[in-house]
Ligand binder design. Structure first.
Ligand SMILES: NC(=O)c1ccc[n+]([C@@H]2O[C@H](COP(=O)([O-])OP(=O)(O)OC[C@H]3O[C@@H](n4cnc5c(N)ncnc54)[C@H](OP(=O)(O)O)[C@@H]3O)[C@@H](O)[C@H]2O)c1
Length: 350
């Protein structure tokens, strides 16, 4: 019922001799509303490249190779943040883009201040927004940041309009082209839209994490006078793999190292993990029949959901991005997504 009838993305050219990189002959691109930017429907997340919080199983060379592989597959945007390894991810990304002579879009964040001995905080005072952005420009070796996102809402009570005015000034000075926000709930996002011109929201969204559908989607894609929803700002989904849980490789007994944030993520242990795994197991026959990985199914599901502009995946090695990109083949197969939705309703509803 959900067999793949045509393949849009064939890995035509074999491994390139010197680099081990493989090319695909197609990628899907979508317009970021309010901009002239067309983003690949899959973006590359650089958090793990910062070298903290995601275990020790990938080297700097692995990340470099993964970024090169992503570029060859047509991925044209990379998500980073000053917080990712205190700038280590930025430096690595900038190096690889320079070596590859790539003008891919760099999406980075602003606002977070590392606090000695406690969790980082979001300082959205105009002065911090400017100094944080200038530090990112230096690390990323850019004159202009294509898309700058507020990492999370302000922890210090700076009025939203003051922060938006600072972002507008950065636009006027040419230091950024566009801005947006991450992790804003619907009410705060409405306020952001009233004072500024954000073009994107970055927010978690996966088969098993669906709060985006409750009110956020309506804010990002409100109904027009004709009753049809119109995309007002772009939506860049993250946690599309639920930190790897939807790849099916982590059972409830898996133990992560102390330097892996998943060691403290309740979704990976106990009853919660068992419920998630039952759901993931229900998808295995579909993945096997289509000869794709569970990762490709999970990413494809997000990419085809209404309101989503693009899906981020956190990647450590080239083969991981090659697997995820196979999801492009699946996006238009509506019967497939109906079959998966039945399993979500049965096994993954709250
Ligand atoms: N704005 C924000 O506040 C925010 C928050 C979180 C993340 N992000 C962005 O989103 C990106 C993705 O992070 P995420 O938290 O959303 O994680 P995710 O993409 O849901 O999961 C990433 C993890 O899944 C595993 N994986 C990836 N591809 C795979 C494949 N083909 N097969 C098997 N396993 C695979 C890898 O880890 P293992 O191999 O170790 O399992 C990888 O580190 C980050 O890098 C960052 O750019 C933004």
């Amino acid at each position: 019922m959900y067999s793949v009838r045509k393949m849009c993305c064939v890995f035509v050219s074999p491994t390139l001799p010197t680099t081990g990189v493989q090319r695909a002959d197609c990628m899907e691109y979508r317009e970021l509303p309010g901009t002239n930017i067309r983003l690949s429907v899959i973006g590359f997340g650089c958090w793990a490249a910062g070298g903290q919080h995601w275990g020790n199983d990938a080297s700097q060379d692995d990340f470099r190779a993964a970024i090169s592989q992503a570029l060859a597959l047509g991925i044209n945007w990379f998500d980073t943040a000053p917080l990712y390894g205190h700038g280590q991810a930025d430096t690595l990304l900038a190096d690889v883009l320079r070596t590859e002579h790539s003008d891919a879009f760099v999406v980075t964040k602003v606002g977070v201040r590392n606090a000695e001995g406690s969790r980082p905080v979001s300082d959205l005072s105009p002065a911090h927004i400017v100094s944080d952005t200038e530090a990112s420009l230096k690390r990323l070796r850019l004159e202009t940041i294509p898309l700058l996102l507020v990492h999370w809402p302000c922890d210090f009570g700076t009025p939203i309009c003051e922060s938006m005015t600072a972002l507008e000034s950065l636009k006027l000075s040419g230091k950024i082209r566009h801005y947006g926000v991450c992790n804003y709930p619907p009410v705060l996002l409405e306020q952001v839209l009233q004072c500024g011109n954000p073009v994107a929201l970055q927010t978690p969204y996966s088969m098993i994490r669906r709060e985006f559908e409750q009110q956020l989607r309506d804010v990002c894609m409100p109904k027009g006078a004709d009753g049809w929803p119109r995309q007002k700002i772009g939506v860049l989904a993250y946690e599309t793999l639920c930190r790897g849980l939807l790849t099916g490789k982590y059972g409830p007994d898996h133990r992560f190292g102390a330097n892996d944030l998943r060691a403290h993520d309740g979704r990976f242990s106990g009853d919660w993990a068992r419920k998630n795994l039952t759901f993931v197991d229900s998808l295995r026959p579909i993945a096997n029949k289509l000869n794709v990985s569970l990762a490709a199914l999970a990413v494809g599901w997000v990419c085809q959901m209404p309101g989503v502009t693009a899906a981020l995946v956190g990647v450590k090695r080239p083969e991981q991005i090659r697997e995820c990109v196979k999801s492009i083949n699946l996006i238009s197969f509506t019967e497939l997504w109906h079959a998966i939705d039945r399993r979500i309703r049965r096994y993954a509803s709250p």
